[in-house]
Design a protein around this ligand. Structure first.
Ligand code: NI
Length: 436
C-alpha cells in the first residue's frame, strides 16, 4: 500500500501542467504500473502451475476452476461454463462509463513436451482416438496468468475506474474437434459480448521470436482468415488402358490444382493484401491401372480482408466448375469458414497506440507484416472494435531463427516478458475507459 501511495503522489506531481482529467488518468497509469510490477511473482506461480497442468480445448476444467477462484477472491462477479469451460469475470468500476473486455485463451495442444523446463508437462490424454501428451505449446498458459495479473491490478484500482472491465477466459482457441463449434465463436453465440454490452476488446499473444520488452501490432488485417475448402470432381471410371471410355477425374483435378495457382497470382490485388490458396490433400483411385470415378482435393484459404476472402471463394467455385465442365465432369465445391480475419479496427488502433508506446517505450513498439496464421480473437472483432497485439517472449540476444517455435514440443518463452503484458492489458482497459 505504501508503494501505491507514493506512486500516486509522483503521478500527480508529474501532471500538474495537464488538465484535471489527464492528471487523474496519469496518476491511475502510474499506480497500475507499480501494481503490475508487484504482481510478477504471482503471475509466474500461476503460469508454472498452468504449464504443468495443461488441458486440451473444451476440457479446461482445472484451469477454469483456478481462474474462477482467483477472480472471486478479488470480488469480481464470475460466470463459469460460458462456451463450455470458459470463465468471465466482471469488474464494475467506481464511476460510470463504458465496458471494455480483455481476453485470454486457455487451451493446450496435443504434444509431448521436450522443453526441459522444471515445470514441464507430463500430462497425457486421448485426442482423436490417439494417446497423446498435452502441452502448453503456444503460450496460452502465460496469457491466462497475465490476464489474472491484470484482473488483480484493476481490482485494486476499482474505485477510480470509470466503467466496467469484462475478463474473458476463453477455451479452445486452437480449434474444436471436427464438427464442434467452440472457442470464441461459441462464447460470442452465448452472449459474452452482451450484458453488459462490450464496447471494445483487447487481447495479446506472447511471441517466441520477438524479444522481451517489445510489443508488435498491425492495423487492419493482422492475422489471416482461415477457411477450409474441398473440391470433389466427379467423372466416369474406366480401365486405365482405355482412357477414352472415361471422364478422367484425376487429370481434371490436376488441371484444377494448376488453375487455382492463378487466383492469388492473377486475381487478387496484391498491393492491397497478401493471400494464400494451398491444396493440401489430393485423393483419387486405389489401383494403378484403374481410372477412378472421382477425385477429391482439400486445402486452406488465407486472406486479410473480407473482400479478398469473398473474391477467392468465388474464384475457386468458378475455376473448379469451369474446368470440370470443359472436361465433361462436374465439381462440387465446399467452403467451410473457420476463423475470420483478425482485423484491428483502424480508429481504435490509432487511439490506443499511445498506450502501447507508454507501456513499452516508443522504440519498443513496432508495426509488423501480416501473419498468415489465424487467431479466433477475430470472432470478437467481427462484432465490436478490437485490438490484438503481440508481446515479445524471446530472451534478449537470442536468434529469432533458432528459437523453439509455437506449436513445437520444445516451445518456451521468457517469464521476464510478463510484467509488460500485465501492465499493457491493465493500462489499455483503464485508458480506454478514461477516454470520453
Ligand atoms: Ni496461440
Amino acid at each position: 500500500m505504501k508503494i501505491v501511495t507514493n506512486a500516486f503522489a509522483i503521478g500527480l506531481g508529474l501532471s500538474l501542467a495537464t488538465t484535471g482529467a489527464q492528471a487523474q488518468n496519469a496518476a491511475l497509469n502510474t499506480r497500475i504500473a507499480t501494481l503490475a510490477a508487484a504482481e510478477q511473482s504471482k503471475v509466474v506461480a500461476w503460469r508454472r502451475d498452468l504449464h504443468e497442468h495443461p488441458e486440451l480445448g473444451n476440457e479446461e476444467t482445472r484451469t477454469a476452476q483456478l481462474i474462477a477462484t482467483q477472480l472471486k477472491s478479488w470480488g469480481l462477479e464470475v460466470q463459469t461454463g460460458v462456451g463450455r469451460t470458459g470463465v468471465v469475470g466482471i469488474l464494475r468500476g467506481g464511476k460510470p462509463g463504458r465496458v471494455v473486455a480483455l481476453r485470454a485463451d486457455m487451451d493446450g495442444l496435443p504434444l509431448t513436451e521436450t522443453s526441459g523446463l522444471p515445470f514441464a508437462s507430463v500430462v497425457k490424454a486421448t485426442y482423436l482416438g490417439q494417446p497423446v501428451g498435452v502441452m502448453h505449446a503456444c503460450g496460452h498458459d502465460t496469457h491466462v496468468a497475465m490476464l489474472l495479473g491484470a484482473a488483480e491490478v484493476l481490482s485494486q484500482v476499482k474505485k477510480d475506474l470509470p466503467g466496467t472491465v469484462k475478463f474473458i477466459f476463453q477455451p479452445a482457441e486452437e480449434g474444436s474437434l471436427p464438427g464442434v463449434v467452440g472457442g470464441a465463436k461459441l462464447m460470442v453465440q452465448e452472449g459474452v459480448l452482451e450484458k453488459p454490452k462490450v464496447d471494445a476488446i483487447f487481447g495479446l499473444h506472447i511471441w517466441a521470436s520477438t524479444p522481451v520488452g517489445q510489443l508488435t501490432y498491425r492495423p487492419r488485417g493482422e492475422m489471416a482468415s482461415s477457411d477450409r475448402f474441398t473440391i470433389k470432381v466427379m467423372g466416369k471410371g474406366a480401365h486405365g488402358a482405355k482412357p477414352w471410355a472415361s471422364i478422367d477425374p484425376v487429370v481434371t483435378a490436376a488441371e484444377i490444382i494448376t488453375a487455382l495457382q492463378t487466383i492469388v497470382s492473377r486475381q487478387v490485388d496484391l498491393t492491397q493484401d497478401a493471400a494464400v490458396v494451398t491444396v493440401g490433400t489430393v485423393q483419387a483411385g486405389v489401383r494403378y491401372n484403374v481410372i477412378p470415378p472421382d477425385a477429391t482435393l482439400s486445402g486452406t484459404i488465407r486472406a486479410f480482408s473480407p473482400e479478398t476472402q469473398q473474391r477467392i471463394w468465388a474464384a475457386i467455385r468458378r475455376t473448379a466448375a469451369g474446368i470440370a465442365a470443359a472436361n465433361g465432369a462436374t465439381a462440387e465445391v465446399g467452403i467451410e469458414p473457420y476463423v475470420p480475419v483478425t482485423f484491428n479496427d483502424p480508429a481504435l488502433t490509432a487511439q490506443m497506440l499511445p498506450t502501447l508506446q507508454r507501456a513499452a517505450g516508443t522504440d519498443n513498439v513496432h508495426e509488423i507484416k501480416a501473419v498468415t496464421g489465424a487467431e479466433d480473437f477475430a470472432c470478437y472483432q467481427e462484432k465490436i472494435p478490437g485490438l490484438f497485439f503481440f508481446l515479445g517472449g524471446m530472451a534478449p540476444g537470442a536468434d529469432p531463427a533458432t528459437v523453439a517455435d509455437h506449436h513445437t514440443a520444445g516451445f518456451r518463452v521468457e517469464e521476464s516478458a510478463f510484467p509488460l503484458g500485465v501492465k499493457t492489458l491493465a493500462t489499455l482497459a483503464a485508458d480506454y475507459l478514461s477516454r470520453k
